[in-house]
Design a protein around this ligand. Structure first.
Ligand code: NAI
Ligand code: MG
Length: 363
């Protein structure tokens, strides 16, 4: 089978991190005969500089045709004052929208070697492996009306509207249960049905989807505020957390900080399966941004980008053994004491971006 990847390195440390993934892909093609075919495009500020758009139609078409897109990061002070429609983030939003990437996967994994440097007690996070599944294309960030109206008495009113339709909840719930089957077989759905109608519907539809197709998976429900508390108190009680766009935005950032540096955190965004081929459109990206403060110095941590590629192996190509092996290589390199500056601690060996990539590839 052909395996077509579109690489969009972007700005700042995006290209530095992507370089390590390119080395890894070349090594896999050479040693494991994986047959990845890669193309490269421009997104973000670099695309704006090249042709005045944050992503070109040509690169959009390549993204739509690829089996998976690997995305670095976009943005930086250089483009802070470009027009709103062509700001660097617009390229990423366009990709999410046109590829209909409604399912955002944010794993929170604590590598044993880093448990001691977590902001929580080591026993709370050691061995942590949970997955937050956030609905990405609906809810309050997109619902109408969305406006600020002038009330005429010196007061204004800001309005955002939370909207979820049955099909949107059904499809994200389906992804949650399918993912749970490949992991710990547990889903905890979080909403606020006590105060929100969309929360009432969310809970109902998740329960219905579970009963109809996924009753082998353990399902629990939790109010999202209590969920936030439980996530910090004892995160290991969870396997897959299923939640909406707004709560997912917050809960995934909280979960991220359980495990350490932004430089370690991968993510995946998936679309609906193609009716003919069953393949999902997919984009994989580190959680971090373009880190202008360290760009160009060769010190960025490439692990978030490399772990995003491991997710790509797992979810786009069903290369489970290879994904496991890559994640194990990351863990082993950390066990060996190798650290980029962002995760450096006493007694460890400080290395740069390229050395970290090389060490993981060698493993
Ligand atoms: P950031 O994630 O770029 O950086 C935050 C802090 O974490 C910085 O001190 C940075 O040096 C550090 N950091 C981030 N990734 C790292 C890595 N791989 N290794 C070592 N240290 C790392 O977020 P910030 O500073 O808020 O935004 C910088 C630019 O990135 C802005 O233009 C922002 O709009 C953009 N951005 C883009 C995103 C994307 O492309 N998806 C996401 C977040 C921000
Ligand atoms: Mg966020």
């Amino acid at each position: 089978a052909s395996r077509k990847l579109l690489l969009l390195p972007g700005d700042g440390i995006g290209p530095e991190a992507m370089t390590e993934v390119k080395k890894l892909i070349a090594a896999m093609n050479a040693d494991l005969n994986t047959g990845f075919e890669t193309e490269e495009g421009l997104v973000g500020g670099c695309a704006y500089d090249a042709h005045g758009q944050s992503i070109s139609e040509e690169d959009m078409a390549k993204a739509m045709a690829a089996d998976a897109v690997l995305f670095g990061a976009v943005g930086g002070p250089k483009w802070d004052s470009v027009p709103y429609e062509v700001r660097p983030e617009a390229g990423l939003l366009r990709l999410r929208k046109d590829m209909e990437l409604f399912a955002n996967l944010r794993p929170a994994i604590c590598y044993p070697a880093l448990a001691a440097s977590s902001s929580l007690k080591p026993d709370v996070v050691e061995g942590l492996d949970i997955l937050i599944l956030r609905e990405l294309t609906g809810g309050v960030y997109f619902g109408e009306p969305k406006e600020i109206i002038d009330l005429g008495n010196g007061q204004k009113r800001g309005i955002d509207t939370q909207v979820y339709d049955t099909f949107e909840i059904e499809r994200i719930a389906g992804v949650a249960f399918e993912l749970a089957r490949t992991r710990g077989n547990k889903v905890c759905s979080m909403e606020k049905h006590n105060v929100m109608k969309s929360g009432v519907l969310w809970k109902e539809v998740v329960a219905e989807t579970h009963k109809e197709k996924f009753s082998d998976v353990e399902l629990t429900h939790m109010l999202a505020d209590a969920g936030g508390m439980q996530l910090v108190r004892w995160p290991k009680q969870f396997d897959v957390i299923l939640t909406d766009n707004l709560f997912g935005d917050m809960l995934s950032d909280v979960a991220a900080m359980l495990t350490g540096s932004l430089g370690m955190l991968p993510s995946a965004s998936l679309g609906a399966p193609d009716p003919l081929t069953g393949k999902r459109k997919a984009l994989y990206e580190p959680v971090h941004g373009s880190a202008p403060d360290i760009a160009g110095q060769g010190v960025a941590n490439p692990i978030a980008m490399i772990a995003s590629f491991a997710m790509c192996l797992r979810y786009s190509f069903n290369m489970i053994a290879e994904a496991d092996r890559l994640e194990k290589a990351i863990s082993e390199v950390l066990n060996d004491g190798l650290r980029t500056p962002d995760i450096m601690s006493d007694g460890m060996t400080k290395i740069g971006t390229a050395q970290m990539g090389d060490a993981i590839i060698a493993k």
